[in-house]
Design a protein around this ligand. Structure first.
Ligand code: ADP
Ligand code: MG
Length: 215
């Protein structure tokens, strides 16, 4: 990732504690997709970002959603939809690493194929960030074990894979349960036709960012 001029995280409007935490994690400069998307995402804009696997997309949306949390309120304020349980677990781990420890950010994972009981108990205790697969998130919305009235950020991670897996209608249904004023961030490795359709359904004047493969 050496070709693009290195951009430091300190050029972003992030709180000092968040910058310190990034330094502690060994994150010094932004990856290209982070440098291209974070200024827009931190400014509250809807963003569609396309970049290949391994380019640091998780931190690009996690830093944005974390910047918009009010940790005093234990209502889900960010929801990340992922195609699989494994990816949801990875996003949960990376989001927890990026959340400053002193903020006590609660991240709950709601994946399909996992017993409901533990998920219901976690939701009962309260969560700031929910990461999950579309079907299971819809299931919780139907049971009213999950409410999204306080949602500030909706993230679609690996949107191309979610479309491949047939989640279009589920994603639209989840988005219908989100407040109109929330921010939507969409991340994808490729840009199939369905992405523009998704964006047209529920994104607001998205900024589109595309990072070409590095050689
Ligand atoms: P993607 O979702 O685009 O496939 P990931 O978000 O999983 O990529 O990131 C790939 C790896 O790069 C992870 O191990 C992550 O911790 C690391 N990483 C992300 N951003 C940075 C950064 N700015 N500096 C150093 N490492 C980073
Ligand atoms: Mg990813």
């Amino acid at each position: 990732m050496a070709e693009t001029p290195a951009t430091r995280f300190s050029t972003l409007s992030l709180p000092p504690a968040a910058l310190q935490n990034l330094q502690r994690l060994g994150y010094e400069t932004m990856t290209p997709v982070q440098a291209a998307s974070l200024p827009h995402a931190l400014a509250g804009k809807d963003v569609i970002a396309q970049a290949k696997t391994g380019s640091g997309k998780t931190a690009a949306f996690a830093l944005a959603l974390l910047s918009r949390l009010d940790v005093r309120s234990f209502a889900p304020q960010a929801l990340v939809l992922c195609p699989t349980r494994e990816l949801a677990d990875q996003v949960t781990q990376e989001t927890r690493r990026l959340a400053r420890a002193e903020d006590n950010v609660k991240v709950v994972t709601l994946s399909g194929g996992v017993p409901l009981r533990g998920q219901l108990a976690s939701l009962e205790k309260g969560a700031h960030v929910v990461v999950g697969t579309p079907g299971r998130v819809l299931d919780h919305l139907g049971r009213e074990s999950l409410r999204l009235d306080a949602l500030r950020t909706l993230v679609l991670d690996e949107a191309d894979r979610m479309l491949d897996m047939g989640f279009f209608d589920d994603i639209v249904a989840v988005a219908r349960n989100c407040p109109a004023g929330r921010q939507t961030l969409l991340f994808s490795a490729t840009y199939p036709e369905g992405i523009a359709k998704l964006a047209a359904q529920f994104m607001r004047e998205p900024v589109t960012v595309k990072v070409e493969a590095q050689h």
